[in-house]
Design a protein around this ligand. Structure first.
Ligand code: G4P
Length: 531
């Protein structure tokens, strides 16, 4: 096996999808602990303060106590190199999460045992499912009162529409949680809430009964459940897991570090290595193609002392070496990727080399925008992540005309980062309209323009409620979109979009313009860059 083959084979890149408070931060920390990436056993108690310390790039995070930025971290476990892509917990940043999932090969779905499948999980799961990503489920907080395991599996199946295969099964729930039965190894993993270090205590069923670790009734219930699973449950099927049709389910407690190690080991064993990406010039193979990657996130001013801008790149093929000169496909320029960084828990290090599946942060001199392809020799481009129709709109006004330059620069850079969407209306007077999924995106945008660029803006309320990208095989007559209650505009890539005040206006536009097509995403090949 060549070096690159073995490097690709041992890599796993995933994102955690969950509803806020399900325990994503806690689980991430425990996983990092196993990887030795952080040496802080029991950090969770001081988690809140640590959370701010690791990501205090944005004062706003402190004020609001939510994580609005996302990053990537790498750790090693056994012979594996694992990349965890962090996704923002807040639903207003769902586009950011979508783009992050484009850079992942699998997803870990974290569910709170007491709450079951929640709203944000449903949204994120849909993205995974449309993209055929394998999804691994961890049902968390088993140490507390929760729903019945069978009820949880039913919810996963009914609400999300994915079949499941429990890899382990809880014994004694609700304050009397004894542990989980490992269906593959046919032993029990005992829960001890006073022990949150990583030692696993496994024991045979017979021994557990003999030593009063579980009661006769625990045993009978377990047998009953296992029988039910055998008869009525799905069979274990690796192909279906890899196609995202079946999710392996693990029960545990992240806070108590229970079941996390088994989950990690099984995940690494089953989950796919870095995949091939589809492009208009064919499939890009991680091993045989030269270096290529795409930008899925841009993070400005991560370190206020340096005022730098980092472009996060998913490596799709070939070996990356520090200082590599690559083609930036959109501009046609050659760029030297100097000071490539990788992120290890709280630290970032300059790296010498990286491989497919890895995420590197490269210094961005203002050239990158989301979705850009870089490659060493090829002349292909990965498809750009689509933009989604925003749900709230405002007219953007630069309130300090003396700071026009700062305003322009900030606006340009924040749009490239994908912070919000900008539209320029077409017509007698050009207006700047911004759109977002949620109010928080507006707040972050305004805050950053002020803090990072010194520009003051005002949002003026407008009555638009929807936006649709307009496409047609014939030239589009813009006047046909300029009606009472609708306005044509260009998005930041100069695609035509129409802003409308209400659903009925959109229906009316469709009726009057049968040759036009209206889309809620900026590109039709939304989910096509999977192989
Ligand atoms: P998030 O990133 O998904 O938003 O969740 P996070 O890890 O911050 O966890 C949310 C809350 O759930 C935290 O409690 C955390 O301690 C708790 N938690 C996580 N895993 C488990 C578990 O396995 N069992 C139990 N019982 N609780 C768990 P908090 O009170 O909000 O924060 P803190 O004061 O404990 O830091």
């Amino acid at each position: 096996m060549t070096n690159i083959q073995s490097e690709v084979k041992r890599r796993r890149t995933f994102a955690i999808i969950s509803h806020p408070d399900a325990g994503k931060t806690t689980l991430t920390e425990k996983l990092l602990l196993f990887g030795g990436a952080i040496r802080l056993a029991g950090t969770v108690k001081g988690r809140k303060s640590k959370k701010f310390a690791t990501s205090d790039w944005m004062e706003l995070e402190k004020q609001r106590g939510i994580s609005v930025t996302s990053s990537a971290m790498q750790f090693s476990y056994n012979d594996y190199k694992v990349n965890i892509l962090d996704t923002p917990g807040h639903q207003d940043f769902s586009e950011d999460t979508y783009r992050t999932l484009l850079a992942a090969d699998s997803a870990v779905m974290l569910i709170d045992a007491a709450k079951g499948v929640e709203a944000q999980t449903i949204k994120l799961f849909e993205v995974c499912s449309l993209r055929g990503l394998p999804v691994f489920t961890f049902i968390n907080k088993l140490d507390r009162v929760g729903k019945e395991p069978l009820e949880l599996l039913e919810e996963i199946e009914n609400v999300l529409g994915i079949r499941s295969y429990p890899m382990n099964w809880p014994v004694g729930m609700n304050f009397d949680f004894k542990g989980v039965y490992d269906r593959k190894r046919e032993h029990l993993e005992l829960f001890d809430k006073n022990d949150d270090n990583e030692t696993r205590k496994t024991i045979s069923i017979e021994e557990a009964i003999a030593n009063n670790k579980i009661t006769e009734s625990d045993y009978n219930n377990l047998l009953e459940d296992l029988e039910l699973l055998e008869v009525a449950g799905d069979d274990y099927n690796i192909d279906e897991i890899l196609q995202g049709k079946l999710t392996p389910v693990f029960f545990g407690s992240a806070l108590n570090n229970f079941g996390v190690q088994t989950f990690l080991e099984e995940y690494l064993d089953i989950a796919p290595p870095p995949r091939a990406y589809q492009t208009q010039k064919g499939v890009i193979d991680p091993v045989t193609n030269d270096f290529s990657g795409f930008v899925f996130k841009i993070q400005a001013n991560m370190n206020p002392a340096h005022r730098d801008r980092i472009a996060f790149m998913r490596i799709c093929s070939g070996k990356f070496e520090k200082g590599l000169a690559v083609n930036h496909m959109r501009s046609g320029k050659t760029i030297k990727l100097s000071q490539p960084q990788q992120f290890f828990a709280q630290e970032r290090d300059i790296i010498e080399e990286a491989y497919p599946g890895d995420i590197i942060g490269v210094f961005d001199p203002g050239i990158f925008s989301i979705g850009d392809t870089v490659c060493y020799k090829g002349d292909f481009e990965f498809s750009k992540p689509p933009q989604f129709a925003p749900e709230i709109f405002a007219r953007l006004i630069n309130s300090d005309t003396g700071k026009y330059k700062q305003f322009q620069k900030g606006l340009h850079q924040l749009i490239e980062e994908g912070t919000i969407q900008l539209f320029k209306t077409i017509g007698a007077s050009e207006e700047l309209i911004i759109g977002a999924v949620g109010q928080l995106q507006f707040d972050v945008f305004k805050y950053r323009l002020k803090e990072e660029y010194g520009a003051d803006i005002i949002f003026e309320g407008i009555s638009y409620q929807m936006a649709r990208w307009v496409r047609s095989n014939n030239p589009i007559d813009l006047k046909s979109l300029d009606m009472l209650g609708s306005k044509p505009a260009y998005d930041s890539d100069n695609n035509i979009i129409v802003l409308v005040e209400a659903e009925y206006v959109l229906r009316w536009l469709k009726d009057r313009n049968p040759d036009l097509e209206f889309f809620s995403t900026s590109s039709e090949e939304t989910f096509s860059n999977i192989s």
